[in-house]
Structure formats: C-alpha cells, structure tokens
Unconditional design. Sequence first.
Length: 154
Amino acid sequence: MGSIMKQIKVRAINEADYSCVCLLEQGSSGAHYQAAVFVRQAMTLWPRLFLVSEVDDQIAGYLVGSIPCDYPSSGWILRVRVDAAFQRMGVATMLMCKIEDLMKDYRINQILLSCSPVNHGALALYYRQGYSDLNRETAYFGPGEDRLILRKTI
C-alpha cells in the first residue's frame, strides 16, 4: 500500500471525468441512465464536494459529499465508490480524508453517512476512519433496505 499511496491524487471532479465516473457509478447494475443522472446532478449541486481519485491518470474512485441547507453544521457523505482494480489500496481512505478537510473549511462539526449493515468491508473502513453508529434505520431505501447511520465528529 505504501508505494501506491504516493500515486493517488484526489481532486474535485471536472467535466472530463463525467464518462468515467458514470461507468463507475453504473457498475454491474447496467443502469446507465440512472448513473448518468446521478453523476450530472451531483456535479451540479456539489461541485466542490464531489471528489475523484486518480492513479496514474486513471479514475480510481470518487466520493460525493453534501452540506444540507437546513443543517449547515453537518455534512454528509452520499456515495463512495472505488473501482475493483483499486480497492484496498488506500483510495477510499484518501477520499475520506480529503472530504473531512473540505468539510472543516465549511465549519462542519460532524459528518454523517449511511451504510448497509451487511456491507462489512465498507463498515470496517468507516470504523477505521473514526465513524461510529448513530442509529439503525429500518427500510431506509424501502423494504429490506436497512441502513446504519454513522457519524464522525470533526
């Protein structure tokens, strides 16, 4: 992990990243339209908090953050995705560190995120980054789609 860490760059998304990020968002679902709509809307709504990571000039992952208008002291991580070829190399960790730095600039004092309680890999990452369980939401995204809400004070 040490040598790859030096090669990872994290920056705000730009228009040239759109197609690559759409493909990563689409993943194996095959839902191109939904992926394209999500990425375009996120780029429009949160351009400074939509981060991409690059390894050797290739998009390795992305993170979408948000600051709700009604709760400006809390930030949210809405999505973290890392290409399978770059998982377990520190890409998500670097994205999360960068979003925390940006959120501090906005005077955010806590970051929230939701995660499936059966996504053990993601939960391990979030717990390592200092997140803790806030509560469990039953049917958060509909029947059978429970989520843990995690929080980190920054």
